[in-house]
Design a protein around this ligand. Sequence first.
Ligand code: MRU
Length: 349
Amino acid sequence: MTDHIYWKNGALYLLDQRALPFKKTYISCRHLKDVVDAINNMTVRGAPLLGIVAAYGVVLGIQEIIQSRKSVKNSVKDIDVTKIVKKLGDTRPTAVNLFWALQKMVEAYEKYKNDNDFLEAMLEEAISIHVDDIENNRMLSLYGAELIDDGDTILTHCNAGALATGGYGTALGVIRAAHESGKKIKVIATETRPYMQGARLTVWELMEEKIPVELVPENHVGLLCSNKGVDKVIVGADRIAKNGDTANKIGTFMLALCANQYKIPFFVAAPVSTFDKNIENGTYIAIEERDGREVKYLGSKLLTVKEAKARYYGFDITPEKFITNFITEKGIIEKPFKKYIKMLFDLRA
Ligand code: MRU
């Protein structure tokens, strides 16, 4: 399952996740604006995927400027890459992978700007961000699968699968790897109002691979945790602070509280690029607030009084004390998180 994003003949093709699981349609991005729109309107989503898409977006932004210039010789000079990066960075504020990937593209720009094959080098950089993400997912999934027991029922929230990444997935990657290793597991997927990433994407991904999955509204979590219906919880992350406080899809905090109350292990699976070495704790994480209309409508169907006020935060922060372990491509992170996350940054440097 890696065909949801690809580059072909100077254009970026993205599987439109808003239409899944009912239709498999692609949008083609030839301009920077197409990528900015695809991120803003949720054609693509999921922290690692946002980073990858943004990296290709930088390539498109540069390509567009080069094509608009008459003289090929001077085409690379005076490209203000910071303007391109700002447009992409102004889309969704919470997923740190987006900013991490943009930073990598700025560094690549500085490195290659005087080369003859500058544009190709920038494309190579975007491709390597993409390929590395798939590899990291596979690695972290192998580590994570060790934490899963035969017969487990695992609850997951939102979609942290192949669709949310370059491919394979983080939380769903762990589930995939456990399944591939022959463990009999069952998954409970929460719907994830209002975008229904759980219902539309997680259920679809798992059913495609014949991994047993059952859908529940997220208001079932308290009951399921209390009646021994859940053995483990695994979620992805959008940004992890230096102390381990974790931003993920709204509702994750509520799940962590329930899991903690009933002593159910609560795992966060994420690549190292999701850890933010610039912030001490979760209070510094910007939480995206989206249009309240997204709560009032399900697709085009109005669910409430048209004039009703509505509020929609995309993410919440789970304090580190409710997290049992982090699962990364460098291994499983134990407590005290602050100490081991620091070591992770030292490995990344
Ligand atoms: O609003 P979304 O769909 O972009 O939110 C996605 C999530 O919260 C995921 O759990 C997170 O990005 C991790 S994806 C591997």
